[in-house]
Design a protein around this ligand. Structure first.
Ligand code: NAP
Ligand code: ZN
Length: 352
C-alpha cells in the first residue's frame, strides 16, 4: 500500500479539499495509472452531496471521479494487454466477479458483485474505493480501456462515462439512420448523445430548458432545438419521435416527453434524479410506447465506443480546469452551466 494525493469531501456539505489516500500495491493482474485528466460527471455531484441517499448512500470521505484518462506507470506480471507509457482509460467500474450471467454476457455493470470506481466496498484495502480526483489509480487489467492515440486526452476522459452512457442505449435501439431522435438536456451526457445520434445518421433534436444553448446545440450536430418550457412549440412536435434519450439530472415531468414519441417509440432514461416519477398510463397506452432505462455499458462495449470515437474523431467538448477550481465547477454544474463537461487537469494536483 502507498499514499497518493487526491481531493475528497468529508460530508454532504463540505467542499472538496486536498487529502492523501491509500492505493494498493500493484498485484500481478493490475495496472497502475498516472491520471492525466478526470471528467466531472453529475453523478459525482449527486454522490458528494448524498443526493442518492435512499438508494446508494455516500460513505465519507468520498473521492469522486469515474472519467479517467492516464498513462500506465506499472504493470503486474500477468498483465498482457498494456505496457508502460500506454494511454488508457478507466470508467465507472474497476472490478466484478467475472463469473455471474451479467459478466458472462459482457454487461459487468449489472454484476451483483461489481466494484464501482468510488463509493463501493474495496475488497483489497477495506473501506470504500476512491475515484479519479487523484494522481493515480490501480485497476485490474480487464477494467482498463485502450484510448485511441489520435484523440485529445482531456476530451477523451468524459467518454468513459458520458460517452458510453449515451452510446450504449442508442446502439441497443437499433439502426438509427433516418430516425427522429430527441436528446433531453444539453449537459455532459446530452452533448455526447447529440454527437453519437448524429454519427449514427439520425435526425436529431435537442430539448433544452436553456435558450442560450441553442447555437451550441446546432454546432454540436443537432438539426433542431426545442425549448421545452414553451408548451406551444412542444405541442407541434408531439407524436413525432422514434427514440428519446432523457439525460435530465433533476425531477421533471416525464409525460411531457412520452407525448413526443410516435407509434412504438421508446424513451430511455439515463438521468438519475432520486425522486420517483409520476408516469401517466395513458401516455404509454396510446401509441404503444416504451419507457426504459440504461446504465453505462459493459467493458467490451466501452472499448467499442472508444474505437468508434477514434475512427470518427469524436471527443467531449470540455472546459479544462485545475483541481483547485473543482468546487466552483460543482456550483456551475448544479446550475446547468457547463460547456459541456469539466475535465480536471490532474497535473494541477502536483502543487498541493
Ligand atoms: P449535466 O451536465 O448537469 O446535464 C444535465 C442537463 O439536464 C442540464 O445541462 C440541463 O440541460 C438539464 N436539466 C438540469 N436540471 C433540469 C431541470 N430541473 N429540469 C429540466 N432540465 C434540467 O449532467 P450529466 O453529467 O449529463 O448527468 C445527467 C444525469 O445522468 C445525472 O442525473 C447523472 O447522475 C446521470 N448519469 C447516469 C448515468 C447512467 O449510467 N445512467 C451515467 C452518468 C450520469 P438544459 O440546460 O439543456 O435544459
Ligand atoms: Zn458518470
Amino acid at each position: 500500500m502507498f499514499q497518493a494525493k487526491a481531493y475528497s469531501a468529508a460530508s454532504a456539505t463540505s467542499p472538496l479539499a486536498p487529502t492523501q489516500i491509500p492505493r494498493r500495491d500493484t498485484t500481478e493482474r493490475d495496472v497502475q495509472i498516472e491520471i492525466l485528466f478526470c471528467g466531472i460527471c453529475h453523478s459525482d455531484l449527486h454522490q458528494v452531496r448524498n443526493e442518492w441517499s435512499g438508494i446508494l448512500p455516500t460513505v465519507y470521505p468520498i473521492v469522486p471521479g469515474h472519467e479517467i484518462v492516464g498513462r500506465v506507470t506499472r504493470v503486474g506480471a500477468d498483465v498482457t494487454r498494456f505496457k508502460l507509457g500506454d494511454m488508457v482509460g478507466v470508467g465507472c467500474m474497476v472490478d466484478s466477479d467475472h463469473t455471474c450471467p451479467s459478466c458472462q454476457a459482457d454487461v459487468e455493470q449489472f454484476c451483483p458483485n461489481a466494484t464501482f470506481t468510488y463509493n463501493s466496498p474495496d475488497k483489497y484495502l477495506g473501506g470504500v474505493t476512491y475515484g479519479g480526483y487523484s494522481e493515480c489509480i490501480v485497476v485490474e487489467e480487464k477494467f482498463v480501456l485502450r484510448v485511441p492515440a489520435s484523440l485529445d486526452p482531456a476530451g477523451v476522459a468524459p467518454l468513459l462515462c458520458a460517452g458510453i452512457t449515451t452510446y450504449s442505449p442508442m446502439r441497443r435501439w437499433g439502426d438509427l439512420r433516418g430516425k427522429k431522435v430527441g436528446v433531453v438536456g444539453l449537459g455532459g451526457l446530452g452533448h455526447m448523445g447529440v454527437k453519437f445520434a448524429r454519427a449514427f445518421g439520425a435526425r436529431v433534436a435537442v430539448f433544452t430548458t436553456s435558450p442560450r444553448k441553442k447555437e451550441d446545440a446546432l454546432r454540436l450536430g443537432a438539426h433542431e432545438v426545442i425549448i421545452s418550457t414553451n408548451a406551444e412549440v412542444m405541442q407541434q412536435h408531439a407524436g413525432t419521435f422514434d427514440f428519446i434519450l432523457d439525460t435530465i439530472a433533476a425531477e421533471h415531468d416525464i409525460n411531457a416527453y412520452l407525448r413526443m414519441l410516435g407509434l412504438d417509440g421508446t424513451l430511455t432514461l439515463v438521468g438519475a434524479p432520486e425522486t420517483p416519477f409520476q408516469v401517466s398510463a395513458f401516455a404509454l397506452l396510446f401509441g404503444r410506447k416504451r419507457l426504459s432505462g440504461s446504465l453505462i455499458g459493459g467493458i467490451r462495449e466501452t472499448q467499442e465506443m472508444l474505437d468508434f470515437c477514434g475512427k470518427h474523431n469524436i471527443t467531449a467538448d470540455v472546459e479544462v480546469i485545475p483541481i483547485q477550481r473543482v468546487n466552483e465547477a460543482y456550483e456551475r454544474l448544479a446550475k446547468s452551466d457547463v460547456k459541456y463537461r469539466f475535465s480536471i487537469d490532474m497535473a494541477s494536483l502536483k502543487s498541493e
